[in-house]
Write a protein of this length. Sequence first.
Length: 114
Amino acid sequence: KGLKRFKEVIANGKRVYGKGMRMIVYMKPLQAEGNMNNILQSRFAIVVTKTYGNAVERNRIKRQIRSILVTLMPQMRQGFAVIIFPDTTCKAMQYNHLVVSVKQVLLKSGVLKQ
């Protein structure tokens, strides 16, 4: 279920690059499993490699990106699968710069409504 879908997104997704991160967006609508109404939901994964830093730094950037995605969720289009890979340059970014960077990459990829 999870790994198969993850590999499908990496193999077929569109790569989008932005300041401090890269993103893979799979445009094919994915149906949420167990959803009776067949509503297409956008799904997000945040992948932080060990080269980013220790566990505290990796978890911190994941929490920050997750909170940004939650606040932007009402403005997003449905039916996308997105994998976000933050770079080590995100460590030096202040939170408000990280918000701008995530917004720009989501706009560039077409996930965020204008």
